[in-house]
Design a binder for this molecule. Structure first.
Ligand SMILES: Nc1nc2c(c(=O)[nH]1)N[C@H]1C(S)=C(S)[C@@H](COP(=O)(O)O)O[C@H]1N2
Ligand SMILES: [Mo]
Length: 260
């Protein structure tokens, strides 16, 4: 019997404690997991018996943990839970700019020739002009944008609820992912429950004005339930798919779900 075997007993205890610890860690928003990852990794590597002896095995292991984390976050995501909203007076001015390049490299998209492409699992594969998009039902939000680099800021965005737009274009909302291609070659993808979340906005406006170039003209996807890097700016194509599309930063090791 196990309880007469001290070594077996200790093993069992360790396993359940480590599992508990791992569960707690995985339940946390990704940004907190980043800081504490080492603690859990030690425990998890013991638990799984993975030997983390070289960069390759460490990378594979971290990817596996991150995928596990994606699943935990997807499981915990409550599609009815709303992110906090703020007042006009709480807006951060000026709102920070961030991208994988400097502000002088921001893409200049021509409004008159711009067309939004839709592809993948959608029945309405027509293109959309900017005036057509801006004429869609309008919603506003004042929410907090949280960047993994350690800053956050409150901003005001206006646009059309993305879930309604997906339904309007005949998207298969039972599919797993919505992907985005951007004018600056950035790319991103999100889970369908987040795409359908009531605060997920296809945003054309910032603070009552058309989105300035640096904040993502002609449109960005604004999700207060996700970290900054999940919110693509300068969107030129939206596609619906069951094949994991990855994203600019998650393909470099950041957590894909990226919940805030
Ligand atoms: N197309 C595109 N979208 C992007 C990025 C980018 O480099 N290109 N950077 C992301 C990151 S890391 C952040 S924090 C926010 C910054 O948005 P802001 O300039 O409106 O603050 O945009 C996100 N979306
Ligand atoms: Mo970011």
């Amino acid at each position: 019997m196990n309880d007469q075997n001290p070594r077996g007993q200790i093993r069992k205890l360790d396993r359940s404690l480590i599992l508990q610890d791992a569960k707690r860690e995985l339940a946390m928003p990704a940004r907190r997991l980043f800081g504490k990852q080492l603690l859990t990794l030690g425990g998890l590597s013991m638990l799984t018996g993975c030997s983390l002896t070289d960069d390759d095995s460490v990378n594979k292991f971290l990817t596996a943990v991150s995928r596990l984390n994606d699943r935990a976050q997807a499981f915990l995501f409550d599609s009815k839970q709303l992110a906090p909203t703020y007042t006009e007076a709480q807006i951060t001015r000026p709102f920070p700019f961030n991208a994988y390049y400097d502000i002088d490299q921001v893409p200049q998209v021509d409004a008159s020739t711009y067309r939004l492409q839709l592809s993948g699992l959608v029945t309405g594969k027509r293109t959309w002009t900017l005036p057509e998009l801006v004429a869609l039902p309008h919603a506003e939000q004042i929410t907090r944008h949280i960047c993994v680099e350690g800053w956050s800021a409150v901003g005001r965005w206006g646009g059309t609820p993305f879930g309604d737009f997906l339904k309007r274009v005949g998207a298969d909302t039972s599919a797993k992912y919505v992907g985005f291609k951007c004018a600056d070659n950035y790319y991103e993808s999100i889970d369908m429950p987040t795409a359908l979340h009531p605060q997920t906005l296809l945003a054309f406006d910032y603070d009552g004005q058309r989105l300035p170039a640096q904040y993502g003209f002609p449109m960005k996807l604004r999700m207060p339930t996700k970290l900054g890097y999940k919110n693509p700016k300068h969107i030129v194509e939206i596609f619906v798919t069951n094949t994991y599309p990855g994203g600019y930063w998650s393909d470099q090791g950041y957590n894909w779900f990226g919940g805030s």
